[in-house]
Design a protein around this ligand. Structure first.
Ligand code: DOR
Ligand code: ZN
Length: 475
């Protein structure tokens, strides 16, 4: 028999539907057998896992790797190194780079950088902006994983499109069938409040949350869902931070809106109260980290499926941009792709989540939402051998100094985690081991979505339809 590339023996294989003791055979980047060690084919390389758990590699649908345009904050080499060390095998990069990913030309520019440097697989978002509605279809053909709509202002200051442009954008995306990830904050409200707070001399750490209080998120979520309901556009709510959004998410899902939702470890573990500690201003981000009372409902929603998945909003900045006396002067966001898996495994150790649920929220759910399932998102024959080997018994202390990201800022300085990624494989190649990168840059490949057929609604009311001469609204 011809030997396969690799067999991982003696691991405990974790999927969404259960955990089995099994060996995994890998050939040509795919999983070719799963089962008893004695049934595995001969292999060029054997790695003994000795009871370590193997999860499907995490898919982080929300990172900012900053290239092109802001290499002082991060680039594809440092960002993907952080991902690999953290058990993340696929990342989706956001379009608020310089230039923004709003045209095929700018998509190709980012693709070139990612291909030459990334050690993990990657999807690239296209921007949904008011100025580039005419580019959305060409971006789909070029291979975007989906789109990003900034309803709320954040790093990059990409303007929020008017509601008219958002509706037309959703009409176009509904026809394409690709998912639109949405930063759901109401821009006019947050700017209004921010300007008044500034005028009144409020520049303390909590002023940022005061400007972006709960209704800023709740209103934008419901506006986006209303337009998705009307058009049949598929949407994904990024960085859900607010317990008061949860009943609305349940309502829209039940109504049949094709909506998925992510939250972030920082909304589960961190609170606005912590911002009052020395250096607490480092937690400034958008949407803001809210009062501690939001944490328990968000954990419960992540466990019960109201929230579908965990992402990180990995948002590195230079250290000097993150600290200072006036909250309004500080950069928003901080790194996370490297620590998310350990924080979710810690939630398993704490009895908050099952290990199978971690496989869902880190891999199965993102793969399904963005049309990658089957190829990724599960450990099964025929799938890419994207694997995160973790040691549930190993503890570690998180610290900024240990990060591979260029943004050497940790929101979790000194936090103890229990359960850490120890080996990461992307399409059968080991890319990280024991916290260190072991792959040559450039191994990562673009992933393209394979979505269910589009399901547009109210087609007779779309801009395309009403611009037809002689069109009648009753269609
Ligand atoms: O705090 C944030 N930082 N929130 C975002 O939505 C974007 C991110 C960034 O790009 O820095
Ligand atoms: Zn973001």
């Amino acid at each position: 028999v011809k030997p396969v590339d690799m067999v991982l023996t003696g691991g405990r294989v974790v999927n969404e539907d259960g955990i089995v003791d099994a060996s995994i055979a890998v050939d040509g980047g795919r999983i070719v057998a799963i089962g008893d060690e004695r049934l595995m084919p001969p292999a060029r390389e054997r790695i003994a896992l000795d009871g370590l758990h193997v999860l499907p590699g995490a898919i982080d649908v929300h990172v900012h790797f900053r290239e092109p345009g802001m290499p002082q904050k991060e680039d594809w080499a440092t960002g993907s190194a952080a991902a690999a060390v953290g058990g993340v095998t696929t990342v989706f990069d956001m379009p608020n780079t310089i230039p923004p990913t709003d045209s095929v030309e700018n998509f190709q520019l980012k693709l070139g950088a990612a291909k030459s440097k990334s050690i993990v697989d990657f999807g690239l978002y296209g921007l949904l902006g008011e100025h580039n509605l005419g580019d959305l279809e060409a971006l789909a053909e070029a291979g975007v994983i989906g789109y990003k709509l900034f309803l709320g202002n954040t790093t990059g200051d990409l303007p929020c499109p008017s509601d008219g442009a958002v509706l037309e954008g959703f009409e176009i995306l509904a026809g394409l069938g690709l998912r639109c990830s949405i930063h759901a904050e109401n821009s006019p409200i947050l700017f209004w409040r921010q300007n008044k707070l500034k005028a009144a001399g409020r520049d303390d750490v909590l002023a940022h949350l005061a400007a972006r209080t709960d209704v800023v998120a709740v209103e934008a979520l419901n506006r986006a869902a209303t337009l998705a309901d009307w058009t049949g556009a598929r949407i994904h709510i990024v960085h859900e931070s607010c317990a008061r959004s949860l009943p609305f998410i349940r309502f829209w899902k039940e109504r049949g809106v094709d909506m998925t939702v992510e939250t972030l470890p920082q909304y589960l573990y961190l609170s606005a109260e912590m911002m009052l500690n020395p250096g607490g201003e480092v937690l400034r981000m958008n949407p803001p980290i809210r009062e501690a009372a939001h944490q328990e409902p968000l954990w419960a929603a992540l466990a019960d499926g109201t929230i579908d998945m965990i992402a990180t909003d990995h948002a590195p900045h230079a250290i000097e941009e993150k600290y200072g006396p006036r909250i309004w002067d500080l950069a928003c966001g901080f790194p996370g792709v490297e620590t998310s898996m350990a924080l979710m495994l810690t939630a398993v150790a704490d009895g908050r989540l099952s290990l199978e649920r971690v496989a869902t929220i880190t891999s199965g759910a993102p793969a399904r939402a963005f049309g990658l399932y089957g190829r990724k998102g599960a450990i099964r024959i025929g799938a890419d051998a994207d694997l995160a080997v973790v040691d549930l018994n190993r503890s570690a202390t998180l610290s900024a100094a240990a990060l591979h990201s260029r943004g050497k800022v940790s929101a979790y300085e000194g936090k103890e985690v229990k359960g850490v990624p120890v080996m990461t494989f992307v399409r059968g190649r080991m890319v990280a081991k024991d916290g260190e990168v072991v792959a040559e840059k450039g191994w990562g490949e673009l992933v393209r979505p394979n979505m269910a057929p589009p399901a547009p609604r109210n087609l007779n009311t779309t801009m395309k339809a009403i611009l037809e001469p002689g069109q009648r609204p009753w269609g």
